[in-house]
Design a protein around this ligand. Structure first.
Ligand code: IPE
Ligand code: IPE
Ligand code: MG
Length: 249
């Protein structure tokens, strides 16, 4: 990859395949989730090294609450442990950590850790790391619509003022550029209710590699592929070559 190759400003990842990784080893699914937590570190490291300023990781979907209670309990324990162990190091490296998704269902100890991590790292700017936990894309859009409806009901907004831009200010990650690159590991070719609004013009990259096996070399492959994409935003290649029309992403 040449030095001039465009880098994504924001990568969004569905970290999938932990359960299958464990099954291949005849181990419980939670062993796969634990191994997956290690791959998260490699991914953060790559963003820091390459100067990629925003990373959003799908850790737990709104639908994942319906998994067997034992798996959900194990994931919560893992989540709490990671928060306890990793936040100070992330802070020392200039990472700003935030969470998106419905928090009410998380146990108080986890919610407290999330809030503390966000407060501690609020002033950091080297990497914007967002963890989607209890997150659903449809829920995100519905909440945004409700927030605007409340403003209309309160007389602060007229319905005709609602447009794409205004709705976009109410969804998650509104203060970041939309993801340039989406990665899904684990071989499934679907979005699974991740960032539905935010991914409108994101470049999609899928790999059969299971999340716990992800390393820097694989992520470099995704970056190299991304660098070769032509992002047309509905225009023609000729228009892009003329450089006349700027896309307001
Ligand atoms: C992703 O791995 C992690 C979570 C959804 C929490 P999976 O647990 O979905 O792994 P597979 O897809 O069953 O292999
Ligand atoms: C998506 O993976 C959610 C996360 C990785 C957190 P799933 O494993 O839940 O998705 P489906 O069920 O295969 O669509
Ligand atoms: Mg899965």
């Amino acid at each position: 990859m040449s030095a001039a190759a465009p880098l994504p400003r924001h990568i969004a990842i569905i970290m999938d395949g932990n359960g299958r990784w464990a099954r291949l080893r005849r181990r419980p699914r939670l062993v796969g989730h634990r191994a997956g937590a290690r791959a998260v570190r490699a991914c953060i490291e790559l963003c820091l090294q390459r100067g990629i300023p925003a990373l959003t990781l799908f850790a737990f979907s709104s639908e994942n609450w319906q998994r067997p209670p034992e798996e959900v309990r194990g994931l919560m324990k893992l989540f709490l442990g990671v928060l306890e162990r990793e936040v100070d190091d992330l802070h020392a490296r200039g990472v700003r950590l935030r969470f998106i998704g419905e928090r009410a269902r998380f146990e108080p100890a986890i919610r407290a850790r999330m809030a503390a991590a966000e407060a501690l790292t609020a002033g950091n700017a080297r990497l914007q790391l967002t963890v989607a936990a209890g997150y659903g894309g449809r829920q995100d859009i519905a909440r945004a619509a409700r927030a605007l409806a409340e403003q209309v009901a309160a007389g602060r907004l007229r319905p005709e003022q609602i447009d794409e831009h205004l709705l976009g200010t109410q969804v998650a990650l509104a203060d970041l550029p939309p993801p340039d690159l989406f990665i899904r590991t684990g071989g499934e070719l679907r979005i699974s209710n991740f960032l539905l609004w935010q991914l409108a013009y994101t470049e999609l990259w899928f790999t059969p590699v299971l999340w716990p096996d992800v390393d820097a070399a694989l992520l470099e492959q995704a970056l190299a592929d991304y660098a070769g994409r032509e992002r047309r935003y509905g225009l023609t290649s000729e228009q892009l070559a003329q450089g006349g029309t700027e896309h307001a992403a």
